[in-house]
Design a protein around this ligand. Structure first.
Ligand SMILES: Nc1ncnc2c1ncn2[C@@H]1O[C@H](COP(=O)(O)OP(=O)(O)OP(=O)(O)O)[C@@H](O)[C@H]1O
Ligand SMILES: [Mg+2]
Length: 265
């Protein structure tokens, strides 16, 4: 395993010896990894392997049974982290049709947090909203109702909401699902720019191994523990991966489908 040199940068996220239970069942066990500032990390693995559970634990929504999580040195949900973390949940862009809200209104929800609710001035707030909309390239659509956007544009709008708070650390759960190839490519380009030009740190869950190999700096493969953590170019092909997992017959079919799907898209 080719671990990325984590001694060089400042850690944005440190997960140590993490065990998480859901409804009494162990979902994550002894998970250890660090993400440095400015890294773009893809979290991959078969359905049910605990990717969303890991994200929710980092956010502090799920509690660790054992081990610890630190984000910029603070525990999840700590007040010090207010506004520092942007979160785009799985299926976040599937907003209910009956909600009538424009792009700008949706993005403006991202600037409000517990610490700035009464203090942020309107000018700063408008600047942050405008910048976020600009970053995702939706200036022309800012007064358009969300329901009239394409899937890719909606996905950009929810990312802009996460950016509006000036979040440094952006976590996305399957943001590429349901969008076409062009939208996917431009979204990946946007994430890459956020990483390189805005120095954001990105942790993204995706089933699209091909896209992740091309875009992320590093891939973490989760299945009953971390099976691979290293640079994207060295991420093993399917047969090596099956060997790494050591349980070839169990979920191979699903994973193969996932890999093929990613390569077809
Ligand atoms: N609320 C819950 N209570 C109990 N078990 C749960 C709960 N939510 C999820 N699980 C279980 O936890 C495991 C991991 O689920 P999780 O949603 O984290 O997987 P995932 O890797 O994100 O999957 P997917 O790729 O399908 O999104 C699964 O076995 C799932 O059934
Ligand atoms: Mg999930």
């Amino acid at each position: 395993m080719d671990a990325v040199d984590i001694t060089l940068g400042t850690p944005a996220l440190e997960v140590e010896n993490l065990t998480v239970l859901r409804s009494g069942k162990i979902i994550l066990k002894d998970i250890d990894f660090k993400i440095n500032k400015g890294e773009f990390v893809a979290l991959v693995g078969p359905n049910g392997s605990g990717k969303s559970t890991l994200m929710l634990s980092v956010l502090g929504v799920l509690k660790a049974q054992e081990g610890s999580i630190k984000i910029y040195g603070s525990r999840p949900m700590s007040r010090k982290l207010n506004g520092k973390i942007g979160w785009v949940s799985q299926a976040a862009a599937n907003l209910p049709k009956e909600i009538k809200i424009t792009v700008r209104e949706l993005v403006s929800l991202g600037v409000v947090n517990a610490t700035n609710l009464f203090s942020l001035n309107i000018k700063d707030r408008n600047n942050d909203i405008g910048n976020a909309i600009k970053m995702v390239g939706l200036e022309e659509e800012q007064h358009t109702d969300i329901s009239r956007l394409s899937g890719g544009q909606r996905q950009r709008a929810v990312i802009a909401r996460a950016l509006a708070s000036n979040a440094e650390f952006i976590m996305l759960d399957e943001p590429l699902v349901g969008i076409d190839r062009d939208a996917r490519n431009s979204l990946l380009k946007l994430l890459d720019i956020l990483c390189h030009k805005e120095n954001k740190t990105i942790l993204m869950v995706s089933h699209d191994l091909t896209a992740m190999r091309q875009t992320a700096h590093r891939i973490i493969y989760l299945e009953e523990g971390i099976r691979y953590d290293g640079i994207s170019e060295d991420f093993p092909d399917f047969s090596t991966l099956a060997g790494l997992r050591g349980i070839e017959h169990v979920h191979d079919h699903d994973l193969l489908k996932t890999v093929q799907k990613g390569e077809e898209d």
